[in-house]
Design a binder for this molecule. Structure first.
Ligand SMILES: [Zn+2]
Length: 267
């Protein structure tokens, strides 16, 4: 338990805001470790209860299904997901933090952005790794999910777009309302600007975040705001408050979002 607590503290994706639950979606499965809710006919959200509603997303097509992320500690996650869709489920990791990879070893293979491989402890994953490519499309049968690299939170943070349904899954790329910048602010800014173009071109309405509690979707406005705040910090126009957090001593809170960073990330 102590080990797990240390892991969670070390690898947490979201600090200083406790998740509330404001879900309207119907619960379709619940045990002590996870609650799955149905987002639409072929899409589900599962949330763990260890790190601010760490989220997994189950996305189904007519042929196959994918699960984005593997929680912190959700024993039996693979079976729960496969029972829901009644077909094999491929695991895709949005980024390498501990609250998104917990049950990855329940799968014999997974997909991950190679840029986050270094975050995984040596030998932590026992199976076969496939590396995502920017622009890659997962064809699930009548439903396509496009891979868009959005570094910033981590070097390999990745967003997944369902172009036909006009939404996506951005994990921690835009922070779920509380962004930790582990790379640097310019990288985050570039990802926001790039994603703004996808939003416009594809008519994307929102992204489901990596820590979802029912009313914190990442909107087009949120992506634009995160970029604008990063730019404001880089230009010296925004002055941060001091935070108690040693890794992220600076925080700018504006427009309903917090951006946490340190001196090394101001570039
Ligand atoms: Zn994270």
């Amino acid at each position: 338990m102590k080990h797990l607590t240390a892991l969670v503290i070390a690898l947490t994706c979201s600090i200083s805001s406790f998740a509330q639950s404001n879900f309207k979606e119907k619960t379709v499965f619940k045990n002590n470790d996870v609650e799955f809710r149905q987002l639409d006919e072929h899409t589900w959200h599962g949330n763990g209860n260890l790190v601010f509603n760490e989220s997994v997303y189950l996305i189904e097509g007519s042929k196959s299904a994918i699960l984005i992320d593997a929680g912190t500690k959700i024993p039996g996650l693979k079976k729960i997901a496969e029972d829901l869709v009644k077909k094999p489920v491929t695991l895709i990791i949005s980024h390498g933090h501990g609250d998104h990879i917990g049950e990855m070893n329940e799968w014999d293979e997974l997909w991950i952005n190679a840029a986050d491989e270094a975050i995984l402890a040596e030998g932590a994953y026992k199976g076969k790794k496939h590396y995502l490519t920017d622009g890659q499309v997962f064809d699930l049968g009548g439903r396509e999910i496009e891979v868009v690299f959005t570094p910033g939170h981590t070097p390999g943070s990745t967003t997944f777009i369902d172009k036909d349904n006009h939404y996506g899954f951005s994990s921690d790329a835009f922070g779920s309302g509380n962004l930790l910048v582990f790379t640097n602010l310019s990288t985050e800014l570039a990802s926001c600007q790039r994603m703004e173009r996808f939003i416009k071109n594809y008519g994307i309405q929102y992204f489901y975040p990596g820590h979802y509690w029912g009313d914190n979707l990442e909107t087009a406005q949120r992506v634009e705001d995160v970029g604008a705040i990063c730019e404001g910090i880089l230009n010296g126009l925004l002055t941060p408050a001091k935070s108690e957090d040693k890794r992220f001593p600076y925080v700018v809170e504006l427009k309903g979002v917090k951006i946490n960073y340190g001196p090394a990330e101001i570039r």
